[in-house]
Ligand binder design. Structure first.
Ligand code: FES
Ligand SMILES: [Fe+2]
Length: 340
């Protein structure tokens, strides 16, 4: 069993990972890297989304430098042309009507899929499920996407940070943390395969509630935090304001780009903005500030690895979610290694 998990671990090839946003997949090829492997992504007019390794079988040139010609992709180096299934259909240097080498075809991941406005790939047969986000399909919610953030970080440590309930008052002093209690009360964690959910109901000072300013509601109110985690790096937090009403949802899709880099795709869902694009913009800017507070610390870790040996760190009661994260990732790595 590995004692810690780095961004590039071959066992993680047996899981679904986000590669890019749906909006980043266009009619021309683009390169996106996952765990040190570059992929080319484009949309063919009739076959839709296409994902291959970003490497031409001829001289391994990046296909993302090529050009889409309708259904087909032409390599920028010697002009070989590949159809939407990745089969080579033209080699200019051989002239017309030539017999093409059988091995002249593109290779790709085991599977790719598009859901929740994201493109996901499973490099090898996945052991984990594709994440699903209930609020994404709920018309009561408006969605706002943060611009992708690229940072020096470990994806496991970022997942740990997202699930952590004891850092708010210390890290988020410039955003929401000032009014947060430092003590974390009892909460429940329920594991289901390579996923878990955790529910924490507590009291907090709701300084943003107009009802408090108007004197119709007390400052100290009830709030429910519901965390949903799908291995390896899909995270969701729903905040239900039980007294003032309304739900805020924050989603995190982490791409382990290479050993020391993570691309963060984050979206928010709000059911309390009454269609105001101005308020949605403000909410996105606030969330960017929250993420930057986390990254100021997370990007400075000396060892970019998530410890999987539960005995190597010191845990307390508040850390139940992040201990569960380690257990699930350890089990996933063990299961993936056992498949080989
Ligand atoms: S490297 Fe792509 S055609 Fe030669
Ligand atoms: Fe945080």
């Amino acid at each position: 069993m590995p004692r810690s998990l780095r961004n590039v671990d071959v066992a993680l090839r047996r899981a679904w990972h986000p590669l890019c946003r749906s909006s980043e997949a266009t009619s021309q090829p683009r390169a996106f890297t996952l765990m040190g492997e570059p992929y080319v992504v484009y949309r063919s007019p009739s076959d839709g989304l296409r994902v291959f390794y970003d490497r031409c079988p001829h001289r391994f040139a990046p296909l993302s430098l090529g050009t889409c010609e309708g259904e087909k992709l032409r390599c920028a180096y010697h002009g070989w042309v590949f159809d939407a299934q990745g089969k080579c259909v033209e080699i200019p240097s051989l002239g017309p009507n030539a017999t093409l080498p059988a091995r002249a075809e593109l290779s790709g991941p085991f599977a790719f899929a598009e859901s929740h406005g994201m493109v996901f790939v499973a490099p090898e047969s996945p052991l984990t499920p594709l994440p699903s986000l209930a609020s994404d399909a709920d018309p009561a919610f408006e969605r706002g996407d943060l611009e992708p953030i690229v940072t020096r970080a470990n994806a496991g440590l970022l997942a740990d940070n997202f699930l952590d309930m004891a850092h708010f008052a210390f890290v988020h002093t410039g955003t929401f943390g000032a009014g947060e209690a430092t003590e974390v009360g009892h909460y429940t964690v329920e594991r289901d395969g390579y996923t878990f959910s955790a529910v924490y109901e507590h009291h907090f000072a709701n300084r943003e509630d107009p009802g408090v300013a108007a004197g119709t509601r007390a400052l100290i109110q009830r709030r429910r935090l519901t965390y949903r985690y799908v291995a390896p790096y899909h995270l969701e937090l729903a905040l239900d304001f039980l007294d003032s009403g309304g739900t805020n949802v924050i989603g995190f899709f982490l791409v382990p780009v290479d050993d020391e880099t993570v691309r963060i795709y984050s979206s928010i869902w709000r059911d309390d903005l009454e269609g105001s694009s101005e308020r949605l913009r403000e909410a996105i800017a606030f969330e960017v500030a929250v993420v930057n507070e986390d990254l100021a610390l997370q990007s400075r870790y000396y060892d970019l690895a998530l410890p999987l040996d539960i005995t190597s760190e010191v845990h307390v009661k508040a850390d139940k979610t992040t201990v569960e994260l380690r257990r699930i990732l350890r089990d996933l790595i063990d299961a993936a290694n056992a498949c080989d």
